[in-house]
Design a protein around this ligand. Structure first.
Ligand SMILES: C[S@@+](CC[C@H](N)C(=O)[O-])C[C@H]1O[C@@H](n2cnc3c(N)ncnc32)[C@H](O)[C@@H]1O
Length: 236
């Protein structure tokens, strides 16, 4: 008796990529052709309504030379190189991402900086290295793109990895003020393009932490409440 096996070759750029990424964000973050076109500073500037510099500064200002930093996901433009340079050769910068093409872009941007590492991992499962205690862990515009059940896993993983004296920084969308006209633009964007983003209008980020009470949560908002930066530290 003969058996026929047919094998379907998996495109390496899609191998192991979570379903929500291919179903919702294929053109934005998975398909290499689009990613190559979109990975530009001006794209980030337009998407953030010209608030890119101050939002990046909210994160960069928390970094000091020599720090050990874990950033959960790649970001288009020059943010990752700026973080790596600010940390400097005395520090450590670990960049994770879940899609192969973003890992490729991270490698290209951080080439030659030996204190950096680009690691393919889902932020919810990232284990890290036993010998490294991070001083700062950052999620920059990641949470609003994550299905709600995974938001809990990611926030908990970040806080589990947070040593006493270190900080977690979230920069992301927020519930805009009613007077802010961008609110109504983003309502449409969320309805048609960003199905997981509305949750950050309804819930504070601390809502996704199972042990929220054990931490101090400091929130600042920007641009009429469109964006937030939340810095989290252990209570004494
Ligand atoms: C940081 S977010 C959005 C950033 C911003 N909109 C920009 O301009 O790039 C996009 C990144 O998150 C990554 N990503 C999505 N889900 C992830 C997960 N569960 N773990 C790690 N990275 C993830 C995507 O592959 C993508 O590179």
């Amino acid at each position: 008796m003969t058996e026929n096996y047919s094998s379907v070759a998996i495109d390496p750029y899609y191998d192991g990529v979570p379903a929500y990424m291919t179903e919702v964000y294929d053109w934005a973050y998975v398909n290499p052709k689009w990613v190559r076109a979109l990975d530009r500073i001006w794209v980030v500037r337009v998407l953030l309504f010209l608030n890119d510099q101050r939002l990046m500064r909210a994160y960069l200002d928390e970094i000091e030379e020599g720090m050990r930093v874990w950033q959960l996901a790649h970001v288009y433009g020059d943010l990752v190189t700026r973080v790596a340079k600010k940390v400097g050769a005395q520090g450590i910068f670990h960049l994770t991402d879940v899609t192969p093409i973003q890992i490729e872009h991270g490698h290209r941007k951080l080439a030659g900086m030996e204190w950096t590492k680009v690691i393919r991992s889902d932020a919810a499962d990232f284990v890290g290295e036993a010998s490294i205690d991070y001083d700062l862990i950052c999620s920059f515009f990641l949470l609003h793109e994550i299905p709600d059940e995974k938001k809990y896993e990611i926030v908990d993983n970040m806080l589990e990895k947070l040593p006493k004296g270190s900080k977690v920084v979230f920069v992301d969308y927020h519930n805009p003020a009613k007077w802010q006209p961008i609110r109504y633009v983003l309502k449409l964007v969320n309805r048609y393009l960003e199905p997981f983003a509305d949750a950050l209008w309804k819930n504070e980020i601390r809502h996704y932490a199972s042990r929220a009470d054990q931490f101090v949560w400091r929130k600042r908002t920007f641009f009429g409440g469109v964006y937030q930066c939340v810095v989290v530290e252990h209570k004494d």
